[in-house]
Structures are given as C-alpha cells and as structure tokens.
Design a protein around this ligand. Structure first.
Ligand code: ADP
Length: 397
C-alpha cells in the first residue's frame, strides 16, 4: 500500500511517496516558487532525479508536475496515481478542535480555514493545497489531515493558559497550542519503545532542535507541557525566533523605533534568535564555525541557546517530578554532539551520565547514556512524514 504525504506552504510543496509494506520512501521532492514561477526537484529512492522549471501559477499545476515526475519522467516510480491508497497532509494549526488526525471532509476543510486566524501563514495555504490536491486526484482517493498541534491537546489547562485577562481566551482562543507535535509524538513513542518498561509510569522529555526548536514533556505518551505557545515563536531561542522574552522589551522597542505590531512580529520571527544575536547566520553550523574562529557574538549565541535548553529541560523535570528518558532530535539535536554534551553536563544532578564515545556518533538512532545513568538518553531521528503516513494508513484501514 502506497501513501502520498504532502507538506504544503503558500509557495512550496514538499512530498514523499511511502510504501507502507516496509515503510520505505519510494520518492520525495519539492516544488518551489508556486505563484511566482515554479520549479520541481524530484528524487527516486534509487537516485534517479527529475528537476525542471515549469510554470506553477497555483498548487494545482504543482500537483500536476508531481504527477508527471512520479508517473512519466525519467525518475518515475509508479505507473499511475491509482496505485496510491491515500494522501496525508501536514496541517500546522488544529486549534482546540482537532485532537487527532482525521479524514478530510468539506466540514473539516472549513474548520481548518477558520483556524487560519491562529496560523495566518499556514492554514490558508493548506486549504488551497488540499483543494488543489482534491482537484488533481479526484475525491475517490481519501485525504487525511495530520495536525502539528494535536499531540499537545492533552496538556492540562494550568499548562496551556496564559495569565492574561480570561476574556482573550474566550473571545479569540488565545492560549498555548504548541507545535512540532507530530515529531514529538513520533520521537516520544519511539523512546517509550526503546526504554521498554511497560510496567512503569514513563516520564519523557523530547527535544526537537532544528531551525525551529521545541521541547515537550510527556507522561506515558500523553503531552503534559510544551515550549512552543500560541504560535511557534514561544519557548527558547531558535534560528531566527526569539522564544520567550519579557513582552515589555518589545513594547519599549516598538515605541522607540515607531514599529507596528506586524513589524515587531517580523523582527521576533525572522531577525532574532541565533541570527539576531550572532549577526552571522541562523544556521547552527555557520555559528559553530564562527565561534570556533573567535567570533564572540556567535559564541554568546551558542551559550545562550544551550543555557535556555538546560533551563527548559529542568523545568519539565520539575513539572513531572522526575524524568526517565530524554531524546534529542532535529538537525541540531541529531548532529551536534557538542550541544548534547554541554546540556547533559548540566543534568548530572539527575544521576544522568552520557558516554562521550557513543555521543560522538552521528546520524542514527542511538542510546548515548551509560548503563549506570539514572536517565536514559537517546538520539532518535525524527520522521514526520512517516508519522503522517502511519496516521493516514490507520484512518483508511
Ligand atoms: P528544520 O527545522 O528547518 O527542519 P532541521 O531539523 O533540518 O531544520 O535542522 C537544521 C539545523 O540543523 C541547522 O541549524 C543546521 O546547521 C543544523 N545541523 C545540521 N547538521 C549539523 C551538524 N552536522 N552539526 C551541527 N548542526 C547541524
């Protein structure tokens, strides 16, 4: 059985075709500059590629190009889309409505659209893409929505409410929703399997550290708290995002520089974080290289981010009154051994100990804590596409 997984933005469309017999990727690709010009980069699992510049005024043309790449190009992997059993879509915001993944109906599409107020950059684009997908593939192929926020819907109110006047929650739904939920669920569930202590109440912390970063606490697979908030801006310092800071710093800067809320939003989301402090880049590798060659602001950015991660983990240990296992994932979490070492060196109060040789290994699932460590520490590569495909398969079965 083959599942097509779609992650669409307003001008891009990432996809994977996954064979669920053995959960292998048959092909993956990316359409970019939708609405502007249009290009596709498509790769079959055996290394064949199809790359082209072709007009994509809307997502419909992008999907048609994907169909061509998959079924007719030199990198074709199937004869026809009839071979595909279902399509799974990543959706950023499910609000308080979508507590789990679901089959897409007209009503579901309308609700995803309404939730656009909470995710203006994402949900309207998802709706456009899903409509284009239905137009291209017809309504006989079931389509499923998998929400980044669903996993966090088990948080108790004490964790998700903001200490603002209650009316803003009632009127506008202003609260913590979290993000990266599909990744935290995938990695958290895998961690629970790896630790394999079914008789025990398992307290788990998953650290998704990529361009966007978030940390989630879960007990027996149910999220109890997460660092991202009303939007993915909350939490700790990321590639270009601030994470949590004193809101009065922002009103102060807005007054001094005569900035609108939209401009402040832009600064906090796109010009801050590792980029803003280092002045070098938003990319961890560039910042590591700059710090190694003596750039003090790059060095400071690294220290700040790691310090904030240590504080978040500590706060979740306190919230759960303990922790049994911690996982690192995402481009930074999976690859940056120095970051893991620095963070774990500040968690020895938990009886946590990592093996430097195991920690130095890269690019695979691995336990990096020692046998005597009181907390199991793992690197677990995330796979959001596979998680979406699994949900899609489960819903159509
Ligand atoms: P996204 O959030 O866009 O999915 P990724 O999870 O791919 O991002 O993570 C991207 C980040 O991972 C970048 O900051 C990149 O520098 C960092 N990264 C990737 N490989 C390494 C590495 N070998 N060492 C350190 N950082 C790395």
């Amino acid at each position: 059985m083959k599942i097509f997984v779609v992650n669409a933005g307003s001008s891009s469309l990432k996809y994977q075709l996954i064979d669920m017999e053995n959960e292998t990727v048959l092909a993956k690709g990316l359409c970019e500059r939708i609405g502007v010009s249009g290009s596709i980069t498509h790769k079959a699992a055996d290394g064949r590629e199809y790359n082209a510049e072709t007009a994509m005024p809307t997502h419909s043309e992008a999907f048609e190009t994907v169909v061509y790449a998959m079924t007719k190009s030199d990198a074709k992997v199937i004869d026809s889309f009839d071979e595909i059993s279902a399509i799974g879509h990543r959706v950023v915001q499910g609000g308080s409505i979508f507590k789990e993944s679901c089959i897409i109906t007209d009503d579901v599409l309308e609700k995803i659209d309404e939730l656009g107020a909470l995710a203006p950059l994402h949900n309207p684009a998802h709706v456009l893409a899903i409509r284009a997908c239905i137009k291209t593939f017809g309504s006989d192929i079931p389509q499923v929505a998998v929400f980044d926020t669903s996993f966090h819907q088990t948080m108790p109110a004490k964790a998700y409410m903001f200490p603002l006047p209650y009316e803003y929650y009632e009127k506008y739904g202003v609260r913590k929703y979290g993000a990266h939920g599909t990744s935290h669920r995938f990695v958290g569930n895998r961690l629970i399997e790896l630790v394999n202590k079914p008789e025990k109440e398992l307290k788990v912390i998953t650290c998704h550290l990529g361009n966007g970063c978030s940390i989630t606490a879960n007990i027996n697979g149910a999220c109890v708290d997460t660092s991202m908030g009303f939007t993915p801006l909350d939490g700790f310092m990321m590639g270009t995002r601030t994470g949590t800071l004193d809101p009065s710093a922002l009103t102060f800067i807005a007054e001094k520089e005569n900035l609108t809320p939209a401009q402040i939003n832009d600064i906090c989301n796109k010009k801050s974080g590792m980029l803003g402090v280092s002045g070098v880049s938003n990319d961890n590798r560039d910042i590591l290289a700059a710090a190694n060659s003596g750039n003090e602001r790059a060095y400071l950015a690294l220290r700040m981010q790691r310090y904030q991660i240590i504080k978040f983990i500590g706060s979740y240990v306190a919230a759960m009154n303990g922790v049994d296992a911690i996982a690192f994932t995402g481009g930074i979490g999976e690859n940056d051994a120095g970051l893991r070492e620095e963070i774990c060196a500040n968690l020895t109060y938990l009886g946590l100990e990592i093996d430097p040789e195991l920690n130095a290994q890269r690019g695979k699932e691995i336990k990096i804590s020692t046998p005597k460590s009181a907390v199991d520490v793992y690197v677990v590569p995330t796979n959001e596409e596979l998680a979406i495909a699994r949900d899609t398969l489960a819903l159509i079965s």
